[in-house]
Design a protein around this ligand. Structure first.
Ligand SMILES: *[C@@H]1O[C@H](CO)[C@@H](O)[C@H](O)[C@H]1NC(C)=O
Ligand SMILES: *[C@@H]1O[C@H](CO)[C@@H](O)[C@H](O)[C@H]1NC(C)=O
Ligand SMILES: *[C@@H]1O[C@H](CO)[C@@H](O)[C@H](O)[C@H]1NC(C)=O
Ligand SMILES: *[C@@H]1O[C@H](CO)[C@@H](O)[C@H](O)[C@H]1NC(C)=O
Ligand SMILES: CC(=O)N[C@H]1CO[C@H](CO)[C@@H](O)[C@@H]1O
Length: 395
């Protein structure tokens, strides 16, 4: 038996050797110049043609101004008008009135699109509540939860369960809640006093002064990336997610602890979605009109929650300046990753579309999961109690 195997190995090695000889002879011919180098007759770039969709066009403009190879082909005088717009940025941010004519069907768009488009160039808003000391000791894991001002109950349930800050399984965990503002013009009750109290009491509220709406979640994303660099640059890992998910912090810490160094540095995992594109059905929450965006979406991780390294956070922060804002925050993060030459990795422990109904009240179903969406505050506390119980025995 062993002799037959040895014979087989010898034959395979000889075949490999011949292939090697053939290839190396072939390539040495190249070096001797017998094979011509093929030079394409035309330049490999083609003229930039303005996209019919506004967000794509804004990205072309940013690419043009940030990519010296593209810009080198134009002298300052013959830059076409549409490329010459160097984003209107003033502080405080003023609405951009030009969009009313630059977006084909602007007047017939629902108001949330009009609001998004006229403030799309604004990325910076004042911080109202900050926690400058929260990362004095750099945490192993920073849990950042997207919340809304009136969601007091969800935040409290998270503090009492999966977002319990301090030392968990020997690793330091810091939890912060990311909030925008509620605007009097939208007829919201004034909760600023209660938030002020909550922030003083728990020291985990971060709030910026912009209107906290679905299409402004991307603003929350870029403000948070900026905040990490200022206030928490030492965090080894970051989890960012919604306030209606359950996170198995134990499982996440265990997973992170087992990563190799290179894997840990480039980590970005979640419920990765590939081959998606904008919804064209007006009734869907994620509807995007063709006048705003055309083309497929890059791979992205569902916004319910994803996990990445502190190193990626710094790179995302850098690159986000070169990526035009998009009204859907998780797709926007996917766009930033693509610009970095990265893609999110899918992990089946991220269940943003829930688990089968029959398993939902089974404590063991949660043991190997990282995230489940959606869960109420009461359910979060219940599941956390199950997972924390020393008596929990699962196979
Ligand atoms: C583009 O902008 C630059 C500086 O803002 C200006 O000097 C130049 O004339 C503009 N070019 C065109 C074609 O408008
Ligand atoms: C935490 O660290 C201590 C001391 O380094 C060790 O004895 C203990 O087993 C660790 N606990 C866990 C849960 O890893
Ligand atoms: C985003 O926030 C800005 C600043 O508060 C606001 O003017 C704009 O209308 C908001 N956009 C959306 C889509 O709500
Ligand atoms: C971000 O950009 C700055 C300035 O260009 C650079 O010094 C830094 O190394 C970049 N950081 C990362 C993580 O790419
Ligand atoms: C897009 C564009 O303007 N391309 C030009 C780049 O420069 C070469 C050489 O100067 C021109 O031939 C191209 O037309």
């Amino acid at each position: 038996m062993a002799r037959r195997r040895l014979k087989l190995v010898t034959v395979i090695m000889m075949v490999n050797f011949f292939i090697f000889i053939i290839i190396s002879r072939h390539s040495s011919q190249d070096k001797n110049g017998r094979h011509k180098v093929h030079i394409p007759p035309k330049p490999f770039w083609s003229e930039l043609v303005p996209s019919p969709a506004y967000c794509n066009r804004q990205q072309q403009i940013l690419d043009f101004h940030n990519n010296p190879v593209l810009a080198a082909n134009y002298s300052a005088a013959d830059v076409p008008d549409w490329l010459n717009e160097t984003g209107v940025t003033s502080s405080p941010c003023r609405p951009n009135d030009k969009v009313t004519t630059q977006v084909k069907d602007y007047n017939s768009l629902p108001v949330r699109f009009k609001d998004f488009l006229s403030f799309m160039h604004c990325r910076s808003y004042p911080i109202m509540v900050d926690q400058p000391e929260v990362c004095k000791d750099p945490p192993f894991l920073l849990l950042a939860v997207k919340s809304l001002a009136p969601h007091f109950e969800r935040r409290q349930a998270i503090r009492q369960s999966w977002g319990r800050a301090g030392v968990v399984a020997n690793k330091t965990v810091v939890t912060v809640f990311l909030l925008g503002n509620t605007m009097a013009g939208d007829h919201h009750p004034d909760l600023s006093g209660m938030l002020q109290y909550e922030g003083l009491h728990h020291k985990d509220i971060i709030q910026w002064d912009y209107r906290d709406s679905f299409f402004n979640l991307t603003v929350k994303e870029v403000l948070f990336l900026e905040w990490i660099q200022n206030r928490c640059p030492g965090a080894r890992f970051v989890f960012k997610g919604d306030d209606d998910v359950f996170v198995n912090t134990f499982r996440i810490l265990d997973f992170l602890g087992g990563l190799s160094e290179p894997k840990a540095r480039d980590l970005f995992v979640g419920d990765a979605i590939t081959n998606a594109g904008p919804h064209r059905d007006k009734k869907v929450k994620y509807f995007i009109p063709e006048s705003m965006y055309v083309g497929p979406y890059p791979p992205y991780a569902g916004g319910g929650g994803y996990l990445y390294s502190g190193d990626i956070a710094a790179r995302l922060h850098n690159v986000s300046r070169h990526v035009a804002l998009y009204p859907i925050d998780d797709v926007y993060t996917g766009m930033c990753l693509r610009k970095l030459g990265l893609a999110p990795e899918k992990h089946k422990g991220f269940r943003t579309f829930n688990i089968e109904e029959k398993y939902r009240s089974n404590p063991c179903a949660y043991k190997s999961l990282m995230l489940v969406h959606p869960r109420t505050p009461q359910e979060m506390i219940q599941i956390w109690a199950w997972l924390s119980s020393p008596g929990l025995k699962c196979q």
